[in-house]
Design a protein around this ligand. Structure first.
Ligand SMILES: NC(=O)c1ccc[n+]([C@@H]2O[C@H](COP(=O)([O-])OP(=O)(O)OC[C@H]3O[C@@H](n4cnc5c(N)ncnc54)[C@H](OP(=O)(O)O)[C@@H]3O)[C@@H](O)[C@H]2O)c1
Length: 253
């Protein structure tokens, strides 16, 4: 397998389903060796077999990104297995919507712990390796791709804590982008609208019903559409920084 990412290594969090799975496949198609991380190891093993059978190089790293030790150590585990780290895709996330009044506080804790705190920990652990890759990479640059959301740009009633985590991701990404601008590490943000994945399966039934009715007339994006965006970002030549991609179904307002 040959491609624009030959000789590079990528880590994708939340790769056991949906957008993360599609991004792992797409980066492997471009020649990157991929480390796939999540909690459901049987799903990761199936994905690893798919990538391997297509000629790709892949390693499975079981990890709970809300666990400080797991998250901080993820990048080290990738480098121990695959020798380097050029591309970090911060994708793992949950969207537990619903009115603030009476909301289960555990849902708020889970979103903050995964979407924001976990992303910060994984990134912290990856930075030394990404800085090193920026210096010696075959491409002359390393990448952090953060999967935010339209919810990182537009606030809605019933989405406040999810909004807060994704706005947090956007703020951290922009600050990091500025800090790393002269260090050959690019930082980008992808903000998807509705994508057909398992994300809504975790909503409480009444919240899920309201969401399904709100999006009834919209044909959602495919996870592979977001993977196309991620691939576009990381395959640009080193001098090109794609800072932000907002990508929605054409019928979503
Ligand atoms: N689908 C959409 O409409 C949409 C729109 C905008 C943004 N997004 C964002 O896209 C990202 C991916 O979501 P998706 O739509 O692909 O949903 P998904 O299919 O539910 O995937 C979520 C992924 O996160 C992983 N994850 C959950 N908890 C984790 C934990 N504690 N530690 C490690 N991994 C964990 C899951 O793996 P395990 O359960 O195996 O750990 C899974 O691989 C999220 O950040 C989401 O906010 C999605």
């Amino acid at each position: 397998m040959t491609g624009l990412l030959d000789g590079t290594v990528a880590l994708v969090t939340g790769a056991s389903s949906g957008i993360g799975e599609a991004i792992a496949i797409a980066l492997a198609d471009q020649g990157a060796a991929v480390a796939i991380a999540a909690r459901r190891t049987e799903r990761l093993a199936a994905l690893a077999a798919t990538i391997h059978d297509a000629g790709g190089r892949v390693t499975v790293i079981p990890a709970d990104v809300t666990d400080r030790t797991d998250a901080l150590g993820l990048a080290n585990a990738v480098v121990a297995e695959l020798g380097r780290l050029d591309t970090l895709v911060n994708n793992a996330g949950v969207m537990l919507l619903g009115p603030a009044i009476g909301a289960p506080v555990e849902e708020w804790e889970q979103m903050v712990a995964l979407n924001l705190q976990g992303l910060l920990w994984v990134t912290h652990g990856a930075l030394p390796h990404l800085l090193a890759a920026g210096q010696d990479s075959p491409r002359g640059v390393a990448d952090v791709v953060n999967i935010s959301s339209v919810a990182g740009r537009t606030v809605r009633s019933g989405s406040g804590v999810y909004n807060a985590t994704k706005w947090g991701v956007g703020a951290f990404a922009e600050s990091l982008r500025q800090e790393l601008a002269d260090k050959r590490v690019r930082v980008s943000l992808i903000e998807p609208g509705a994508v057909a994945t398992e994300l809504r399966d975790h909503l409480r039934p009444e919240v899920r019903a309201a969401q399904e009715s709100r999006f009834a007339s919209i044909t959602p994006l495919l996870a592979s559409d977001i993977a196309d965006a991620a691939t576009f970002i990381v395959t640009r030549r080193a001098e090109v920084g794609i800072n932000e991609i907002l990508i929605r179904p054409s019928t979503q307002v």
